[in-house]
Design a protein around this ligand. Sequence first.
Ligand SMILES: [Zn+2]
Ligand SMILES: [Zn+2]
Length: 342
Amino acid sequence: MTAAKIPAKGTVKVVEEPIPQPKKGEVLIKMKASALCRSDLHRYHGVQIFEETEDEKNITPGHEPCGIVEQLGEGVSKVKKGERVAIYLGLTCGTCPDCLRGDLVLCPEFKCIGFAVNGAHADYMTIPEENCLPLPEGMDFITGALATDVGGTLYTACKRVGLNGTKTVVIIGCGPMGSGGILIARGFGARVIAVDMDEERLKLALELGAEHVINPQKTDAVKKIKELCGGRGADAAIVTAGGNTPLNTALNCVRPRGQVALIAESNNATIDPSNQFVRTLIELKGCWYFNRSDWEEISRFIVDRKICLKKISSDTFPISEAAKAFPLFDSGKTQKVVFLWD
Ligand SMILES: [Zn+2]
Ligand SMILES: [Zn+2]
């Protein structure tokens, strides 16, 4: 089978290797769609973001997969051959208090496919059967792949900041996460204000349903948002761009008792606790991925609300062209780049 590898910083190679055999409790997935993610680029840039358990250079990247169950390992009972599935990216212990509560993302032994074990940028991969997320009827493979990260993460963030038809949310950063967030926030019925420094991304944000877009290089974003929200501020903000300014824009643009969901990773930021939290009762919520038990709700929402996540798939490639796909995605000029199989 064909698989993409990152043998060295800035290098992507397409290799041929044997199709893996599913071990006890695992299934073999024939890949149909596998999306590139910003975290794949960390490996491409030589930055380690998870603890690795095998030789990183040999591990196939890819953690946003969707495909068909091709073969069942010994003892597999819940998944059937031929089933259409998306794949949950986390491998967890299953027995710690967090796992038992369903908070898999908090498991101290959380490992990510495509980092700790071979991932999805390949014709086939093996995965424990419990990581298979059934694709509902009406959900295509690209949407399924995009739902495994952007869809699930943004659905969870929108829910945690309490969006509904009476709320205005500011989405800060209109890359794939922010763009997916606009679609999902609209699905919740919320009014969306989108903020980004790239005019092309703002154009797309309007097409995806944002009511207003703001380029903070041209306009005072906080002032404009307050104007658009009766002077008081937005009900909620979702931060999908890293760094000091996006986070502070969010904290300064929401109203008292407003809710801010922080998705973007940043190593440090300077905030003003007294003014931004103590005297405003604003809540800041860290959001990282989603729990497997939420999949049914997330996938039903995407299908029933007709959330067209496909609109944020800007470029597709066969896996044989992985060496072209990575630098294009790294250029920051695309939305989601997705590998597709016939
Ligand atoms: Zn991802
Ligand atoms: Zn655990």
